[in-house]
Design a protein around this ligand. Structure first.
Ligand SMILES: NC(=O)c1ccc[n+]([C@@H]2O[C@H](COP(=O)([O-])OP(=O)(O)OC[C@H]3O[C@@H](n4cnc5c(N)ncnc54)[C@H](O)[C@@H]3O)[C@@H](O)[C@H]2O)c1
Length: 260
């Protein structure tokens, strides 16, 4: 018996990092998963891994900043699995160059970060809530924010978008609670071993990546870098019935970083 047996889930950004680890973990626990990503080849690889482990998953190519694509993604889950129980809004993009200062950002940079990181979560929440209300029986939304949305760390505009994700999480949690819809967020600290650094223009080999992981982990009281699998375990708890009375929370996955 898996803790997500019979559940239908969508994980966005599931072609890499936290999204892939979560999609695979949800499948292991019996969910049928829509692996959504703008990068279809990587999404297909996640589905291949899920299926080879005995799971059920399908691929959907979707840009979470595009409302029609988000509606299509939710429609694909309903067509394939009959309903939607869980939406994990996990997509996030870094600043165009990791480490850039506020004054380096152009208005285009700002609009893109807000459009994908906050706009994507808004669209996901909106259309999941519409679907949950239409089908009845409640539902679960999980959003990926960041410790950068809780403290000044990891990019000014990026952090502001993640602060927005946290407030959206709390507000939707309260508004949707009467419909038994739960909404939570995970807040990872730096995860140097996902695809995020490359997306932020930092192209390093495996040895350098391991060195950066050691350095980043050293900033956490527990002394270890955060992994995608750490986030997947937290995600699994928050989307499962074990968390049936948990809503509106922001759970740091950060080795004690924000507690310091
Ligand atoms: N890696 C870190 O250091 C770190 C730290 C804190 C929070 N986060 C957050 O964790 C989440 C996952 O990050 P990750 O480290 O797994 O990154 P990743 O780059 O490994 O994965 C992100 C995935 O999202 C996809 N994607 C990007 N834009 C998209 C769009 N518009 N529509 C659909 N898919 C899109 C990418 O193709 C990729 O597969 C993000 O929200 C990120 O902001 C990451």
């Amino acid at each position: 018996m898996g803790v997500l047996d019979g559940k239908s889930a969508i994980v966005t950004g599931a072609g890499s990092g936290v999204g892939r680890a979560s999609a695979l973990r949800f499948c292991q626990e019996g969910a049928r998963v829509v692996v959504a990503d703008i990068d279809l080849d990587n999404a297909k690889e996640t589905v291949r891994q899920a299926e080879s482990a005995g799971g059920t998953a399908i691929t959907v190519g979707a840009d979470v900043a595009d409302e029609a694509a988000v509606e299509g993604m939710i429609g694909a889950a309903v067509d394939a699995f009959g309903r939607l129980d869980i939406l994990f809004n996990n997509v996030g993009i870094p600043t165009p160059r990791l480490g850039m200062s506020l004054e380096d950002h152009t208005m285009d940079d700002f609009n893109r970060l807000v459009g994908v990181n906050l706009g994507g979560v808004f669209l996901g929440c909106k259309h999941a809530v519409l679907q949950f209300k239409k089908q009845g029986g409640g539902g679960v939304i999980l959003n990926t924010a960041s410790v950068a949305g809780m403290v000044g760390w990891g990019g000014t505009v990026y952090g502001a978008t993640k602060g927005g994700v946290l407030q959206l999480t709390r507000a939707v949690a309260v508004e949707a609670a009467p419909f038994d819809i739960r909404v939570n967020a995970i807040c990872p600290a730096g995860m140097p071993l996902t695809g995020f650094m490359a997306a932020g223009g930092l192209d390093v080999d495996a040895a350098k990546q391991a060195e950066i992981a050691k350095m980043v982990g050293g900033q956490h009281p527990l002394g270890r870098a955060i992994t995608a699998e750490d986030c997947a375990e937290a995600a699994l708890y928050l989307v499962s019935n074990a968390a049936r009375n948990v809503t509106g929370v922001a759970l740091p996955i950060d080795g004690g970083f924000v507690a310091r």
